[in-house]
Design a protein. Structure first.
Length: 328
């Protein structure tokens, strides 16, 4: 955490530039063609069961289903939502919240898709409820935007060629009721992986695409009247186990309900920056595996608004490929 990373004047200028650019919804409501899209995915019922059955005990517990429902129709699913869905499609006859393999075999997966497609979803039900825009920082950009990028270089001690070709500055605004459930800023990086921000000019034929965000520098552009903390639910845990994130219907990733149970919460303070690594090192100077403890989210804004800037520096190997393509 770095106090006074930005001045009050710089914060106000960034907010003003973002307003001039115009902000758009960070996540749109699901469309009516959700059911049709789901039916196009070719996967057997047994494969679905095995995918969901994390501990391979032949039963699906609520938390096992919850960890795999984030891609649905954009809705954040809670234990209550899952139970309602089970009731609607008659999936759990004994009502114990656990689906056996035999119970699962009796189901028509299309019934789940129809149920999800029939649900009216509000913005507050989505994984992310915010607005954002991107601000250019390259040659010819506003001097303050250029200065911030230089400041990020000094903070992270990354080579200029890495930071200069990173993503633009993202400005995000959470109005009252806004939130972002706990997530990772980046994804696994393999040799075959294309970085999202480089895909237009490099690695076009790569089979995988992900965000390649080695470090995150988040800075608060205003003080928040109520809520709006950045939460790291499992910071300082001794070990990491995905299933332990959900215990007794308490989902630590749920930033609308359970931010107070997260291990680390950073209160928004205008001008303060928060800096963290999204990856571990592989010991040879390259990016290694994702750091699971970098899981983080934006807590529910209960009063006022929260506006923040996000600066990412990319992973080195794909970035060098990107630069070579740019130079060519």
């Amino acid at each position: 955490e770095i106090p006074d990373f930005l001045t009050e004047e710089e914060c106000k200028l960034i907010v003003h530039l973002a307003q001039l650019k115009g902000l758009q919804k960070s996540q749109i409501l699901p469309t009516d063609d959700y059911e049709e899209a789901m039916e196009m995915i070719e996967i057997s019922q047994m494969d679905i069961f095995n995918l969901l059955d994390h501990n391979q005990d032949g039963q699906l517990q609520l938390k096992e289903v919850l960890t795999h429902t984030r891609l649905g129709n954009g809705r954040w699913m809670t234990p209550e939502n899952i139970r309602e869905m089970y009731t609607a499609v008659k999936a759990d006859p004994d009502g114990n919240g656990v689906l056996s393999l035999e119970e699962f075999k009796q189901l028509n997966i299309r019934d789940f898709h129809k149920y999800m497609g029939s649900q009216k979803v509000k913005m507050s039900d989505l994984v992310r409820n915010s607005q954002h825009t991107w601000l250019y920082q390259g040659e010819g950009a506003h001097q303050v935007m250029r200065a911030i990028r230089q400041r990020v270089m000094r903070l992270t001690r990354l080579p200029p060629e890495i930071v200069e070709h990173s993503e633009p500055l993202q400005v995000v605004r959470y109005d009252q009721g806004g939130h972002y459930h706990a997530h990772m800023d980046s994804g696994p990086v393999f040799r075959e992986t294309a970085c999202s921000h480089t895909k237009l000019v490099a690695n076009e034929s790569a089979p995988f695409e992900t965000s390649c965000r080695y470090v995150t520098v988040l800075f608060y552009l205003n003080n928040v009247t109520g809520g709006g903390e950045t939460v790291f639910p499992i910071a300082d845990n001794r070990t990491y186990e995905e299933m332990s994130l959900i215990q007794n219907d308490i989902d630590l990733r749920d930033t609308r309900k359970n931010c107070d149970k997260g291990n680390l919460r950073v209160k928004p303070q205008q001008g303060t920056a928060v800096f963290w690594y999204n990856y571990l090192s592989d010991g040879e100077g390259w990016v290694g595996e994702l750091d699971d403890f970098a899981l983080h989210g934006g807590c529910l804004v209960t009063q006022g608004t929260r506006t923040e800037g996000l600066q990412w520096a990319p992973t080195r190997r794909p970035q060098l490929q990107f630069q070579q393509e740019m130079e060519r």
